[in-house]
Design a protein around this ligand. Structure first.
Ligand code: NOJ
Length: 740
């Protein structure tokens, strides 16, 4: 936090203010100055004004009543709705016409881009390229700030190990290290070097915490997470984001071990404030304070307000229990006014840090401009890096010169809306679909198109005959299958993971044409599609890829770009295997595919399906092949407090250049708490030309080997295995001993 604080007084704000001609804000305030300003304001604030600062609602329209409420200090923050002009006017009223001139903070769900839509976060995680993810968030911040919004409710960093849960689409997948790297990259991208720079917006780490562990993958469901798992896995990306200086946190909807996350003093006060020293503010999720009542944790609205504030939620989103009951709770001496003061201080601190009291508050905002060429280029690059090649029999991809006439089939080949995915903020009309991009690249006359189905859920076979007839006339068939955008995201849980509607039947029909079939799946989650994959020559997986998804997919299919994504989440064979994730415990009777254990009934497995996934975490093919050798562990022993290096040589043994994501995994063989069979500790994307080789070296510190035993972070001596690997189920293995 310290390093971050010093950056508040960076020159960027100074220069920006000077350029904007705002002489009053000649330099950003230091943390000490900000605290003094907060003191001065707090001394003058009424209880109502304080409770107003703790209140947020949707913006809607700027009516006369709303204007008056702003003058009275009724609201701290708005989100959703409102034109740029209305936001500017509302902010002007807050700064110039309210008694204390406290600015509003405008929030918005900019989840994977504002006007330029990048791949859904799960797709961004599939890039395993945090620097590119940071750049994309920077673009989103610029576009968002220009439209008058100061704060995005992103990144979502819930660890998601259940593809039934629709919000896995908004997550970075199942792994705490990959999710932490992605979360930090996004926070840095949104917040820039200095929060008060004109093009910086506040990030919001959400949903704190455990939301992704919803029982049975059912949205908003209860979670039970033991403390060691909570700390090692679910809290890890939040901790990393706090260390990276994230300005705000959103408390989650879920009940966590019997205490709803939006009133959970253990996570919100003890861990977040006392242990991590977070000094930004916490906003509730949408009505999650009022929801303490149906949770069965609060008796009524007043009780909900009391428990929300005591629990550590500073700002209430949409429900109004803080405002409705705060004053009476203080008067009745139930609510300690100090807790209200602390919450208001945290909120004002971020408003000061964002520069909203100064020039930035009155900065001109305008209606969102169309994406710039540079933004589209970043979107295309990230979309291309997010594509995961799952199968490529006999080099079916990239499409060769012999494929003159292509049949494009499937409901997702030409759907702008579905391509941009859940929670897309900008309009879909700038999205370029795969069909458009393929026609552009190959000439419209060479690309025939039959959707086959009206949308991904369509059950009718009426369009099959046309699609199959086109397939017969083609050299190759490109099938665009998957899920439409509305089938994932919030309240998008599914009990089945198959391709919805009659898509599998469509594939069976088109297969009759006997032409090579390339399947591209666009989806918001891992799907199960074993039969379809077995009929296809190649399968390319695209988590909804955003505005430039079409051109990125076309480039990869045609070999102008190489597929470079790796799975950020395990793909099950069937929904019955869920939850399935790579860093599970071993059990006392681990199953095996080889040796005598393979035929032993009394092992941890199923009678009717393999225990292994369809595709493991970290997996993805390239158009070339890579070979790993020469694993070298620098020492047989690592002292606690020390480190060692692990290296291997990776060679491009194929005919084209390509990217490999080299992954470092470890396992502790015996400890005071059982440890996962593998844990990702680092990764590196390397680009290799044909015949080229590179020695990839990782430094492993003993602190990387620590785990939580309850609240205690412990590092225990013992034997470790270590892998340098292309995915979580293979690789070169070595070992070392951690010693005192
Ligand atoms: C509810 C969602 O859970 C959250 O992610 C979102 O930011 C808020 N609604 C505001 O739209």
């Amino acid at each position: 936090m310290k390093a971050m604080r010093n950056k508040w007084i960076s020159g960027a704000a100074l220069v920006a203010a000077a350029l904007a001609g705002t002489a009053t804000i000649m330099r950003a305030a230091t943390p000490v100055e900000i605290e003094k300003k907060i003191d001065a304001l707090m001394a003058r604030m009424t209880v109502e004004e304080k409770l107003g600062q703790m209140s947020q609602t949707t913006f809607g329209e700027l009516t006369d009543q709303r204007k008056e409420e702003i003058r009275q200090g009724r609201w701290s923050s708005f989100f959703a709705g409102g034109t740029a002009a209305e936001k500017m006017e509302a902010q002007r009223i807050a700064l110039k016409e309210s008694r204390l001139g406290i600015p509003l903070i405008f929030g918005e769900d900019v989840i994977h881009g504002k006007t330029t839509t990048f791949p859904i976060p799960l797709g961004q995680a599939a890039s395993w390229d945090p620097e590119l993810v940071r750049q994309a968030a920077r673009v989103a911040a610029r576009e968002t700030a220009a439209a008058g919004t100061n704060w995005t409710f992103s990144p979502m960093m819930d660890i998601a190990r259940d593809p039934r849960w629709g919000r896995i689409a908004e997550s970075f997948g199942e792994d705490p290290l990959l999710a932490s790297r992605m979360a930090v990259a996004m926070v840095r991208g949104y917040q820039g070097d200095s929060l008060d720079a004109p093009d910086s917006i506040a990030a919001c780490a959400k949903h704190y915490v455990g939301y992704g562990a919803a029982e049975a993958g059912r949205e908003y469901n209860t979670t039970w997470i033991p403390e060691n798992l909570l700390r090692d896995v679910y809290l890890a990306p939040f901790h990393a984001s706090v260390e990276a200086g994230v300005a705000t946190i959103m408390s989650a909807f879920n009940d966590l071990n019997g205490v709803p996350a939006s009133a959970n003093a253990f996570t919100l006060r003890q861990i977040l404030r006392d242990e991590w020293k977070f000094n930004g503010f916490v906003v509730s999720d949408y009505t999650s304070i009022a929801e303490l009542v149906p949770h069965g944790y609060a008796a009524d609205g007043a009780d909900a307000a009391l428990k929300g504030i005591r629990g550590g939620v500073d700002m209430e989103m949409v429900s109004s229990d803080y405002w409705d009951h705060g004053k009476e709770l203080i008067a009745a001496k139930k609510l300690d006014p100090k807790l209200v003061d602390e919450a208001v201080r945290d909120i004002l601190r971020i408003k000061f840090r964002l520069g909203l009291f100064g020039a930035k508050g009155l900065a001109t905002a305008s209606a969102p401009a169309p994406p710039t060429a540079a933004a589209l280029e970043t979107a295309k690059k990230l979309a291309a890096e997010s594509l995961v090649l799952l199968k490529n029999e006999n080099g079916a991809l990239p499409l060769g010169q012999s494929a003159h006439t292509i049949a494009v089939v499937g409901p997702l080949a030409d759907s702008q809306r579905d391509q941009i995915g859940t929670w897309a903020n900008g309009p879909a009309d700038s999205a370029v679909t795969p069909l458009t991009a393929l026609r552009e690249a190959l000439g419209a006359g060479n690309v025939m198109y039959a959707p086959g189905l009206k949308n991904s859920r369509d059950e009718s076979h009426d369009g099959f005959a046309v699609a199959t007839a086109l397939a017969r006339r083609s050299d190759a068939v490109l099938l665009f299958l998957g899920e439409e955008a509305s089938m994932s995201g919030e309240a998008g849980s599914r009990a089945y993971l198959d391709l919805p509607g009659a898509q599998e039947a469509l594939v069976n029909d088109v297969a009759q044409a006997g032409k090579p079939m390339i399947v591209v799946i666009l989806a918001g989650r891992p799907l199960t599609f074993h039969n379809v994959a077995s009929k296809a020559a190649a399968v390319l997986y695209s988590f909804h890829p955003g505005t430039m998804g079409g051109p990125a997919i076309a480039d990869v299919l045609l070999g102008k770009a190489a597929p470079a994504g790796r799975l950020p989440v395990t793909f099950p064979r069937t929904v019955g295997q869920v939850p399935i994730y790579y860093d599970h415990m071993n059990t006392g009777r681990p199953p095996s595919e080889t040796g005598p254990e393979a035929s032993d009934r009394f092992r941890s497995k199923y009678l009717d399906v393999s225990f292994t996934p369809e595709y493991p975490f970290g997996f993805g093919l390239a158009y070339t092949t890579f070979h790993y050798d020469d694993l070298h562990v620098s020492s047989a022993e690592m002292p606690i407090g020390g480190n060692l290096t692990v290296s291997a040589t990776v060679s491009n043994t194929g005919k084209t250049e390509g990217d490999e994501v080299v992954q470092l995994y470890i396992r502790q063989l015996a400890a005071s708490l059982t440890q996962p069979v593998r844990e990702l500790k680092d990764f590196r994307r390397v680009h290799l030309k044909p015949g080229e080789k590179q020695t990839v070296e990782f430094t492993l510190k003993s602190s990387d080997l620590a785990f939580h035993n309850g609240a205690q972070l412990v590092t225990e001596p013992g034997q470790f295995q270590v892998w340098i690997a292309p995915d979580s189920s293979s690789g070169l293995r070595g070992g070392f001993e951690l010693v005192r």
